[in-house]
Design a protein around this ligand. Sequence first.
Ligand code: ADP
Ligand code: ADP
Length: 227
Amino acid sequence: MLELIDVRKVFRPENGEPVEAVAGVSLTVERGEFVSIVGPSGCGKSTLLEIIAGLTEPTSGEVRLDGVPLASPHPSVGVVFQEDSTFPWRTVLENVEFGLAMRGVPPAERREKARRMIRAVGLAGFEKAYPPELSGGMRQRVAIARTLVLEPALLLMDEPFGALDEQTRLVLGEELLRLWAQTGSTVVFVTHSLDEAVLLSDRVCVMSARPGRVKDVVRVGLPRPRD
Ligand code: ADP
Ligand code: ADP
């Protein structure tokens, strides 16, 4: 279970007014739940996600995963960002294997896991390709595979389909749901698109423009792959 307890973030630029990006967010996400955080640009979604990821220190408040404070980047937390985060000089297979190698998984085992995950995201046959040879949607599949292969208990996604066209967004959204149904990870998905949030999640949390607060929580009643 993920718990955010009165999380606040104030940025204090050296030359400028302080900005309250996140104004006291409390939120509980159950294990295995798929939650979206939706709101207009600038409302603090990315900042909130970065805090959950342990990449940004909150000004006050706390983030806990299964009761344990999450203070810094954590091995059971995986993050996918909007911008292309693949390594252009590594093949698709090497990209997906990378995190497993960092964890000391033996070569044969990590190759097998990476190949399976590459197939799962629909990139079979592209193992030896380099990301710059692929489309934006395919590169994002690589980024998703690279994170999911590590089997994160908590998957954080910040506009992962934001740079893609509508058709690709839909296809990748459905694939993400299928993968999520298989893995059982908890997902927090940030988007400015209410459509995307409603399509994908169990629960939509709405962040208001100013101050950055979770204003409302809407339970989505659509059938889910796991139902
Ligand atoms: P969103 O992801 O919803 O677009 P952000 O979390 O990126 O919102 O930003 C929330 C607010 O905090 C914005 O006003 C933004 O300009 C400000 N902000 C974000 N990061 C910083 C930073 N490093 N320094 C100063 N202000 C920041
Ligand atoms: P998005 O809306 O997609 O979240 P932003 O343009 O708000 O993107 O932010 C992109 C990056 O720039 C974020 O990492 C954020 O921390 C940083 N940032 C945003 N606003 C500011 C700011 N006013 N000063 C410094 N950094 C900022």
